[in-house]
Design a protein around this ligand. Sequence first.
Ligand SMILES: N[C@@H](CCC(=O)N[C@@H](CS)C(=O)NCC(=O)O)C(=O)O
Length: 212
Amino acid sequence: MATVEIIGAPQSNFVRTARIACMEKGVPYTLTPARPHTAEVDAIHPFGKIPVMRHGDVALCETKAICSYLDMAFEGPPLIPRDALGAARTEQWVSLVNTGFDLLLMRQYLVAYFFSGLPDGAPDRAKIDAALPKMREMFALLDSELSTRPYLAGNEFTLADAFMLPVIHYMRVMPESGEMVKAAPHVTAWFDRVAARPSVKETEPPPIPGRG
Ligand SMILES: N[C@@H](CCC(=O)N[C@@H](CS)C(=O)NCC(=O)O)C(=O)O
């Protein structure tokens, strides 16, 4: 059978999610490093975003679609529980990451540090400061949710954790968000629990220069 090929940069939180999904399912895969908007990505994603995936004749974009394909096409532990409520809770948290956590924490806050667009490439302090109040609310919500259960969607690891962990990974090493994670004991305990999984250890992205 054809090998799954994940195409994208290992630094990307979404690429990491797709790789974690492969490993949790026990699906052998290759990673082809590629930046957004390069030819091999544009050939599959209409907006040039990573990751994209190839498997034989199948080409897919969008992380959730890729992970759902892996979950259904291969044997191995389900990434999305097969019961209605477990599946819905998982989908709910995947969606919350995609439409909330990723947008604020990665696309606004982290991007303002490293891709500010300022002439000297300096962090955009105004954008960072503007994100902080909502970030505090987000971490308070996450800590409260994780005080009631060991994983985002319930008692077991699911795809929801695979979406959230790569985001929180970066938040731990940045100054303001790092303080927020430290002040959130349930988020910290959840992170340590999920980070101990081989799929998470083996997909750790290269460190951000100067941030460890
Ligand atoms: N909705 C997409 C989002 C993927 C995404 O935003 N990837 C980032 C890298 S982490 C990217 O390609 N950014 C380039 C861009 O948005 O132009 C998915 O779920 O796969």
